[in-house]
Write a protein that binds this ligand. Structure first.
Ligand code: ADP
Length: 162
């Protein structure tokens, strides 16, 4: 049984993330999507909101669970018994950062392997930050996120304006 951890901020989860989670769920016996609680980023959603949105988005995948973690990703992987870290590659521009992260994680914990999966072409330009920006400016990003995430984004932006 191979268990894998797919870590990230997921602020919010997008169709690109769901694509990677679906691919990973087909390759590994068990996949845990790990929502990193305190990334060095300005977050739009709370940890609970990010977890709930991811749970709903991945409910159709029986071997996928969603959890949150703090601290080093490799330590979280070890604690949950995951031998693999899954990361998504959109374009060559992601490669450099993922390569560095993968090598750092290997230095920290040699027995946790990083596996990068390539996204579906139509999601290769999708990032949480870009779609939040487009949505905040009134753009229609409905084909890039599940319906419940789109609604949550719109609600968050409505509250911000008030
Ligand atoms: P992080 O803060 O760790 O970069 P993200 O939530 O932004 O967290 O992304 C988590 C992982 O998902 C990263 O490996 C990232 O490259 C990947 N990812 C993000 N967007 C996409 C996408 N559209 N297609 C494939 N992978 C993606």
């Amino acid at each position: 049984m191979t268990k894998a951890l797919y870590p990230g901020s997921f602020d919010p989860i997008t169709n690109g993330h769901i694509d990677i989670a679906s691919r990973a769920a087909a390759v590994f016996d068990e996949l845990v999507l790990g929502v990193y609680a305190t990334p060095a980023k300005n977050l739009m959603f709370t940890t609970d909101e990010r977890v709930e949105m991811a749970k709903e988005a991945l409910a159709h995948l029986p071997n996928v669970t969603v959890t949150t973690y703090t601290g080093l990703t490799v330590h979280a992987a070890q604690k949950m018994g995951a031998a693999v870290l899954v990361r998504g590659l959109r374009a060559i521009t992601d490669f450099q950062a993922e390569f560095e992260l993968g090598l750092m994680n290997r230095l920290l914990t040699p027995n946790v392997e990083t596996v990068c999966l390539m996204t579906e072409r139509r999601y290769s330009f999708v990032s949480s930050s870009l779609l939040k920006e487009a949505c905040a400016l009134g753009g229609d990003i409905s084909e890039l996120v599940p319906r419940h995430v789109h609604e949550a984004l719109q609600e968050k932006l409505r509250l911000r304006v008030k």
